[in-house]
Write a protein that binds this ligand. Structure first.
Ligand code: ADP
Length: 151
C-alpha cells in the first residue's frame, strides 16, 4: 500500500497522459482550395477545424468554422476565395507535439480560447501535421480517467 489517496493517484495518472495517446487524424487542405470547398470538407469529414498546408505539405495555417462564417458574411463568392486569405496563419499557430503532456495541450486550448491544436513533427524547412488534438480528445481522456480504466 502506497499511502496515496485516490485523488493523488488520479493526478499521477493524469500527468502521464500524452498527446499521442489521444490525438485524432488531422484533416488537411491545401492553401489554394476555396472557402467553398473547405466548408464541404468540414461537413464531409465531420470536423470543426481544418489544417492548411503549402505545396510542400508544411503547416501554414488553421481554418475554423468561425473563419468560414466570417468569410460568408456579405455576398462574396466563396468558391473564388482561397483559404489562405481567411485562415489564421503561421507563425501565429498554437501547436503541440506527440510527446507533450495532454494536460499542457489542454492548458493551451484554454489560454488561447481555441477548439483544437495541430500535432506536428519537424520536417525540412517546416512542420508536418501528424495529428489533431481537440476538446473532444481531452474529454475522452477525462472520462477514461473517471471510469477507472487506468487505475
Ligand atoms: P470556432 O471558430 O469554430 O469557434 P476556434 O475557437 O478554434 O473555432 O477558432 C477561433 C479562432 O482561432 C479562429 O480564427 C481560428 O482560425 C483560430 N485558431 C483555431 N485554432 C488555432 C490554433 N491552433 N492556433 C492559432 N489559431 C487558431
Amino acid at each position: 500500500f502506497t499511502g496515496k489517496t485516490g485523488s493523488e493517484l488520479l493526478t499521477e495518472k493524469l500527468k502521464k497522459f500524452k498527446v499521442k495517446e489521444y490525438q485524432s487524424i488531422p484533416i488537411v487542405v491545401e492553401e489554394d482550395v476555396s472557402a467553398y470547398d473547405a466548408i464541404c470538407t468540414m461537413f464531409l469529414e465531420d470536423v470543426g477545424t481544418l489544417f492548411v498546408t503549402n505545396e510542400h505539405g508544411h503547416l501554414v495555417g488553421v481554418l475554423s468554422r468561425k473563419d468560414l462564417l466570417r468569410a460568408s458574411i456579405g455576398n462574396q463568392d466563396l468558391s473564388s476565395i482561397p483559404v489562405h486569405i481567411i485562415m489564421t496563419r503561421m507563425p501565429n499557430i498554437t501547436i503541440c507535439k506527440p510527446e507533450d503532456l495532454l494536460l499542457d495541450a489542454a492548458q493551451k486550448l484554454i489560454e488561447k480560447q481555441i477548439d483544437g491544436l495541430p500535432v506536428v513533427e519537424p520536417a525540412e524547412n517546416g512542420l508536418e501535421v501528424i495529428g489533431r488534438l481537440t476538446k473532444t480528445n481531452i474529454t475522452k481522456a477525462l472520462v477514461e480517467l473517471g471510469r477507472d480504466q487506468h487505475l
